[in-house]
Design a protein around this ligand. Structure first.
Ligand code: ZN
Length: 183
């Protein structure tokens, strides 16, 4: 994993004909998936004896999980419509805020974990920002703008956490005792 990897996805959401229910379904799917992924990464880091990054991911999982719950509450009694497989308005198979498991390294340092998180949060800003700009439905526009602002807050939080960690030098991935892989 290098930091020169171009950000994946990052597409601005297209909210053109999006109704409120469809928007909430997208937002919920996105936040729930991001939360699940952060939790999975936290577990992986814990298994690999990387408690610092595990804690960080666990914290981010909580934040996104709470957001998913809020969206569910907002949807109210009518509930969230199920998004048909492949019917979501993002180009990747995974939601814009979801961290790619393949980019996580078991020896990564908080700095790298936060860089991954930063990209995810930036993609979330781009998605909601795009919907806010393109939606014809005024309620969707307003809510998307609100969510974009919230994600921008996450971006700033991750950035301030990043400032606490130095950029790792070369050799951070050297493992004196590598996990054995069966051949
Ligand atoms: Zn977020």
């Amino acid at each position: 994993m290098t930091d020169s990897t171009p950000p994946t996805g990052g597409d601005a959401g297209d909210g053109k004909a999006m109704g409120l229910a469809e928007f909430l379904a997208h937002a919920h799917a996105m936040e729930a998936e991001a939360a699940e992924r952060y939790a999975l990464l936290a577990d992986q880091m814990a298994v690999h004896n990387n408690p610092g990054v595990a804690t960080l991911f666990r914290k981010l999982a909580d934040v996104e999980g709470r957001h998913a719950e809020e969206i569910k509450t907002r949807a109210g009694d009518t509930g969230l419509p199920r998004l048909a497989l492949g019917a979501h308005r993002w180009s990747d198979a995974e939601g814009p805020e979801t961290i790619d498991v393949g980019e996580a390294h078991y020896l990564m340092l908080p700095y790298q974990a936060l860089r991954l998180a930063l990209r995810g949060e930036e993609r979330a800003v781009a998605f909601f920002g795009g919907v806010a700009e393109t939606a014809e439905n005024a309620e969707v526009r307003a809510l998307a703008a609100e969510y974009a602002a919230e994600e921008q807050e996450h971006v700033l939080e991750v950035r301030s956490m990043l400032a606490l960690y130095p950029e790792p030098g070369e050799g951070w991935a050297d493992d004196p005792d590598p996990p054995s892989t069966p051949d």
